[in-house]
Write a protein that binds this ligand. Structure first.
Ligand code: UD1
Length: 336
């Protein structure tokens, strides 16, 4: 029997890519999104990629009546919860907003699940929960030390899941701690498209490549890394999406709770990314060296072996694939 997965935040960057991978793995999928950080045309684009109509409901995870109505209409087997705010800097300015959307929103989803007798949930977490590394690579048992309201909100949700399972063993969950998602779908129909000036490296470089921004500022070139710039574990969003499919299948098939890093285990520097993007777009990209950004650390990357051994998860795409797919996506978008 076909199983149905509810994606909260399914119209967003990672949610939309996960939608495509779930459909191609044979799941039915229902999207819930308030479209606060999604393109209005993403649903049409998902229909185009999958060549099938998309079931999507516009609404907010803070609206419990709305959530109950979605569970009443569809035979949901599991939920993948993406719907959340994700800007670290903004969370410092608006901690209440982050608590409300990320923590209250998630507890609303869990309540709606419980009321509908659905007990399988995959939770979108982040490597930022680890904070300053005590040792690298980060393993899943690294201590949690959230330094921002955003990171704290994710730790709070992870804790809630553990407490819930302790209170009622019918719950099973997968906590997925993402490293740095990057790139876009091969179709160039979906990808990341921030409205404001991007905080993150790849969307910023993409806007330099399209000419929307004049130059990249490299936040420090005196870090303790091979070329002096910050090193991160970038993971292709399609690889990340496939990790969700494997995680939810594990919950449904084996009722097995898990906490996993989703990264590649390979670190790339800011200059590695810039050079790779230049190869993708075929031109030199302007940059200047600026001061370090507050709160940044020199280097972090995942130990991906638990996800590999447990789920069989392995990233197959490298930095050039990420930059090429990003460039295809943004250049097509600007020319359309
Ligand atoms: C950030 C978030 C993290 C989130 C991740 C998602 C912070 C402190 N952390 O991580 O919670 O999960 O994004 O991908 O915000 N850089 C530049 N110039 C720029 C932008 C970035 O040099 O204009 C450098 C940074 O200094 C860093 C690297 O690029 O070395 C990556 O930065 P970014 O994409 O913002 O990701 P993180 O800081 O790793």
């Amino acid at each position: 029997m076909t199983r149905t997965i509810l994606l909260t935040g399914g119209a967003g960057y990672i949610g939309s890519h996960t939608y495509v991978e779930l459909k191609s793995a044979g799941f039915d999928v229902v999207i819930v999104d308030n479209f606060s950080n999604a393109r209005a045309d993403v649903i049409d684009r998902l229909a185009q990629i999958t060549d099938a109509p998309v079931t999507a409901h516009k609404g907010d995870v803070l609206d419990r009546t709305f959530l109950a109505s979605v569970f009443a209409r569809h035979p949901i087997d599991a939920v993948i919860h993406f719907a959340a705010k994700k800007a670290v800097g903004e969370s410092v300015e608006k901690p209440l907003d982050y608590f409300e959307t990320n923590c209250t929103g998630f507890s609303n989803v869990l309540m709606a699940m419980r009321d509908a007798n659905v007990f399988n949930v995959v939770f979108s977490s982040t490597a930022t929960v680890y904070g300053e590394p005590q040792s690298l690579p980060y393993t899943e048992d690294h201590r949690l030390a959230p330094v921002s309201p955003y990171a704290q909100s994710k730790v709070t949700c992870e804790t809630l899941l553990r407490q819930l399972k302790d209170s009622d063993p019918r719950w099973t969950y997968g906590i997925l701690r993402y490293f740095n998602p990057a790139g876009a779908h091969d179709s160039a129909l979906i990808g990341e498209d921030p409205n404001d000036i991007p905080n993150n490296l790849m969307p910023y470089i993409a806007k330099v490549a399209t000419g929307e921004l004049a130059q990249l500022t490299v936040f420090g070139d005196d870090y303790d890394t091979p070329d002096g710039t910050g090193v991160r574990d970038y993971i292709h969003v399609v690889d990340l999406a496939r990790g969700h499919v494997q995680s939810v299948a594990k919950l449904l098939d084996e009722q097995d709770t898990h906490v996993l890093n989703l990264g590649t285990g390979t670190g790339y520097s800011v200059f590695d990314m810039l050079r790779s993007y230049e190869r993708a777009c075929g031109k030199a990209l302007a940059y200047q060296i600026g001061p370090r950004r507050a709160g940044d650390i020199d280097c972090f990357y995942a130990d991906p072996t638990t996800a590999r051994d447990y789920l069989g998860f392995q990233a197959t795409r490298d930095l050039d694939d990420m930059c090429r797919s990003s460039w295809n996506w943004v250049s097509r978008l600007r020319n359309s």
